[in-house]
Design a protein around this ligand. Structure first.
Ligand code: ZN
Length: 85
């Protein structure tokens, strides 16, 4: 199974993090993605074809700006307290 929200939020994170002067290592990006994912409901699909369909449907249902805000909050939180030296 695939959680389509993970794909959507990962895309957003890769895009939005470019606007921040913070650590962009895999550890921090994983922590940011994890935080953001915990703020939204998981949406699981089983096939790749279904994933694309569901992903589009999800994007239409949720205001994109709401997801942006969730990702930006996660970036800010991890940027302040990175989980490594
Ligand atoms: Zn880092």
């Amino acid at each position: 199974m695939v959680n389509v929200m993970e794909a959507i939020l990962r895309d957003k994170l890769e895009h939005l993090i470019q606007n921040f002067d913070c650590c962009k290592c895999e550890i921090c990006k994983d922590d940011m993605l994890c935080l953001a994912l915990n703020s939204v409901s998981a949406k699981y699909v089983t096939s790749h074809k279904g994933e694309l369909f569901k992903r589009t449907e999800t994007m239409n249902q949720m205001a994109t700006t709401d997801l942006d805000i969730i990702v930006i909050k996660a970036i800010n939180k991890v940027a302040r307290q990175p989980n490594h030296q």
